[in-house]
Design a protein around this ligand. Structure first.
Ligand SMILES: Nc1ncnc2c1ncn2[C@@H]1O[C@H](COP(=O)(O)OP(=O)(O)O)[C@@H](O)[C@H]1O
Ligand SMILES: Cc1ncc(COP(=O)(O)OP(=O)(O)O)c(N)n1
Length: 278
């Protein structure tokens, strides 16, 4: 049995996107592309396509417990990420289970609203994420609207972004990445990273004019989890994730009629730039 569990193993704890572009499907495709073995704990189902979310159904929390127990009994999980967590009851169930297992570094993608406007997290659950989930997390990856909700103030400038990351770190999460994808007037897609040791940097790549950005946030956080499971240091895992995502957006595939998914087969882009200031 000496060779058992040598393959890096990663789990996504998230919602299912029937359309395959976001949610745990984007995570699993990313895991496959980055050569780690992917598993999933389903928290909610969505009926979804590239037009948006037509229906969603959180699953009973006893079944979240059952999935955690099944995976913990067998696999050597080296990193985990969360995505859509639906509501406070489901966040609490995930927190309770995470406290009982060792799944390695935890990446929290605080998914709140789909690009089409559908609610993926009840507003009441934001407080539970802040008080109970973030203290367990190694990395949190809010987009700009999510970061604004977490800190409770608008984020308009680079200085606002830096201050918001510092506020979020005070909730107990070690490392904070505020994604800049929603700042559509900017010709760069620039993300701000505040690390545990207080150092920080910006990661930028040319903004691509495309409607096919469904699942970008999921893909980004899943790639960080995959690289951490392989033993990459956090800073290089984040850079790899940005290069993977830039490739996945720029080398697009075209399916569906609305906001299409990204291309998880794409090669890493060499267009990513790191800088101390912007
Ligand atoms: N049009 C784009 N071109 C290049 N990168 C993008 C584009 N849109 C988003 N990104 C990048 O995709 C990642 C996910 O960001 P974002 O879209 O803000 O997250 P979310 O999907 O959670 O809303 C970030 O690294 C962001 O900079
Ligand atoms: C089931 C499910 N989970 C998460 C999302 C949101 O994914 P995201 O990467 O933020 O992409 P967009 O929805 O913004 O395209 C989702 N849609 N469904």
């Amino acid at each position: 049995m000496g060779s058992v569990n040598r393959t890096p193993q990663v789990v996504t704890i998230a919602g299912s996107d029937s359309g395959g572009g976001a949610g745990m499907q984007a995570d699993l495709k990313t895991f496959q592309a980055r050569h780690v073995f992917g598993m999933n704990i389903v928290v909610a189902l969505t009926a979804q396509n590239t037009y948006g979310v037509q229906a969603s159904l959180p699953i009973p929390t006893y079944f979240i417990d059952a999935q955690f127990q099944s995976l913990d009994a067998d696999f050597a999980i080296k990193a985990a990420k969360t995505g859509m967590l639906a509501d406070s009851e489901h966040v609490e169930a995930v927190v309770r289970n995470l406290q009982q297992v060792d799944f390695g570094p935890l990446i929290v993608d605080p998914v709140m609203v789909a690009k089409g406007g559908a609610t993926l997290l009840e507003p009441e659950a934001v407080a539970t994420i802040k008080s109970k989930l973030l203290p367990l997390a190694d990395v949190v990856t809010p987009n700009l609207p999510e970061a604004e909700i977490i800190v409770g103030r608008p984020i308009k400038t680079n200085a606002d972004t830096i201050a918001a990351a510092q506020t979020i770190q005070q909730f107990g999460v070690k490392n904070v990445i505020i994604k800049g994808g929603h700042r559509s007037e900017d010709d760069q897609a620039a993300d701000y990273i505040l690390l545990e040791d207080g150092s920080s940097f910006w990661l930028s790549a040319p903004r691509i004019a495309t409607a096919n950005t469904h699942g970008t946030g999921d893909t980004f956080s899943a790639c960080i989890a995959a690289e951490l499971a392989k033993g990459q240091p956090l800073k290089s895992a984040i850079v790899t994730a940005k290069a993977f995502l830039q490739g996945a957006i720029s080398q697009g595939i075209f399916v569906g009629h609305g906001h299409g998914p990204t291309n998880h087969w794409a090669k890493l882009s060499d267009k990513v730039r790191m800088s101390e200031t912007r």
